[in-house]
Design a protein around this ligand. Structure first.
Ligand SMILES: Cc1ncc(COP(=O)(O)O)c(C=O)c1O
Length: 457
């Protein structure tokens, strides 16, 4: 265990030498949960010895919790065999077997896997492939990327912030890249065009057609989108939305890229959320949990048609020194096998059902729970200061800090992320969460809600 003196030294080091890529200032360090000593199963243990149930699992990467025994065993075995990257960037057996497995669990004719390291590599790879695909077919004028705003986060590179919908992540780096065009993301609770279902007849999806026609389909390479807009605080698309987007892309000869870096691999209750919404994208981006949270591994998974055109057109240039480490693939395969052997797809759906019922009741009773949204184990609770007007709290950062503080009293790490969009408690629960732990999480949120009512109303 970290001694008090060492803990103080570490806080000083964090304040003196460490730069956060997630916008945290030095005042953050020193709070419970701000520097982690270790993590064990569903719990994070910080340098002060606090043992906190983690509802965030690194935005779903550790979907079986931390250090899952079967995953660790697979990781260690493969590390003993091939402990590094390979000579000449060639693959190892686990990577090839993971590629085969993905082809069997992904929807439709998605087949080929381009491995890389981070999710950002996978999404940017998809954009590069889209442009190369159209060039190979003699349509090099199709280069534009259409993407949704706000929310829809696709990564941190200059290209991927150009394709993302977080103003706070875009504005410090402007001017952004040319050739990126945005359209409105759906948000039934806060509709950007102030319409509502069913009368709107999915205006938000049909708007894409207007944008494509205005921009000229002959200039558009692809649409990139999350299914559930995790970047906006867990906003699932309305029923039929993704199918309409798919149909419009097909009609105008535009490739559809589904970013399932977060939602991919079982967490939605389906292997991939695209399946839940009845679509087959042309490319599927997978990251985070594809290594069961053990390290940087990501995939741009493409359809038979896209893969064939690329193969015929010559070389693809999107490879990385550490893009496809075999031991990470072995860990990922062990994670997938564990899901299959324990029917965790059904469990993810069950977890959604349990929490939807409990949080739904809480929302109907509390004046500060504006909306409850979820897809499987990925869940969001939006807190508002006035339910009628849906007003946000005057100081969302202070409310977010209070939510975390109350959570910690229950020994639960609660994240109320994106104060830019208000206060949304955002959870990526492990697929292996027990019923007792679901109780713990629910009761911590119930207490948060009551204390917010007392403090802010
Ligand atoms: C939906 C989505 N796409 C892309 C990324 C980028 O992944 P990475 O952080 O591995 O580069 C993330 C990361 O959180 C994400 O949530």
């Amino acid at each position: 265990m970290t001694s008090r003196q060492e803990a103080e030294e570490l806080v000083t080091l964090a304040r003196e030498y460490y730069v956060s890529g997630f916008g945290r200032d030095s005042g953050f360090y020193g709070k419970p949960g701000s520097i982690i000593e270790t993590a064990d199963g569903h719990y994070a243990i910080d340098i002060y010895g606090n043992r906190l149930f983690d509802t965030e699992t690194c935005a779903s990467a550790c979907y079986l919790g931390f250090g899952h025994p079967e995953v660790m065993e697979a990781l260690k075995t493969e590390m003993a065999r091939m402990p590094s990257t390979t000579p000449l960037f060639v693959p190892t057996a686990p990577l090839l077997r993971l590629g085969e497995k993905l082809a069997s669990i992904s929807p439709g004719d998605l087949k080929y896997s381009l491995f890389s390291a981070n999710g950002t590599d996978a999404t940017e790879g998809a954009l590069k492939i889209a442009r190369q695909y159209w060039k190979a077919l003699g349509k090099g004028g199709k280069y534009k990327v259409l993407h949704r705003v706000p929310g829809d986060y696709h990564g941190m590179s200059l290209a991927m912030i150009s394709a993302s919908g977080h103003t706070f992540r875009r504005s410090p780096y402007e001017p952004l890249m040319a050739g990126f065009v945005s359209f409105n993301a759906p948000h039934c609770y806060r509709c950007p065009v102030e319409k509502s279902l069913p009368d709107c007849q999915l205006f938000c999806a049909r708007e894409l057609e207007t944008v494509i026609r205005f921009e000229d389909p002959d200039t558009i390479a692809c649409v990139i989108t999350e299914n559930t807009n995790t970047g906006l605080g867990i906003v699932p698309p309305p029923s039929g939305y993704m199918r309409t987007i798919r149909d419009i892309c097909t009609k105008y000869g535009v490739l559809l890229i589904a970013d399932e870096i977060i939602t991919g691999v079982a967490k939605s209750g389906y292997w991939f959320e695209s399946e839940k919404h009845g679509i087959v994208p042309d490319m599927l981006c997978i990251g985070k949990s594809i290594s069961a949270g053990c390290g940087a591994l990501a995939v741009t998974h493409v359809s038979e048609q896209v893969g064939r055109v690329l193969a015929e057109s010559g070389n693809l240039h999107h490879g990385f020194t550490y893009g496809g480490l075999g031991y990470l693939a072995a860990a990922g395969l062990a994670g997938i096998a564990y899901i299959e052997n324990h029917d965790l797809l059904s469990r993810a759906q069950e977890i959604e059902g349990i929490m939807r019922a409990r949080l739904g009741t809480l929302a109907s009773q509390s004046p500060v729970v504006g909306d409850v949204r979820m897809t499987g184990t990925i869940q969001g609770v939006e807190l508002v200061s006035d339910k009628t007007t849906k007003s946000r709290f005057a100081d969302p950062r202070e409310v977010a800090a209070f939510v975390s503080e109350v959570g910690r009293e229950h020994e639960v790490l609660l994240n109320c992320q994106f104060p830019q969009y208000g206060n949304i408690i955002t959870m990526y629960l492990p697929l292996t969460i027990t019923d007792a732990e679901l109780d713990l999480v629910y009761h911590s949120i119930e207490d948060v809600v009551q204390r917010i009512e007392q403090r802010y109303l």
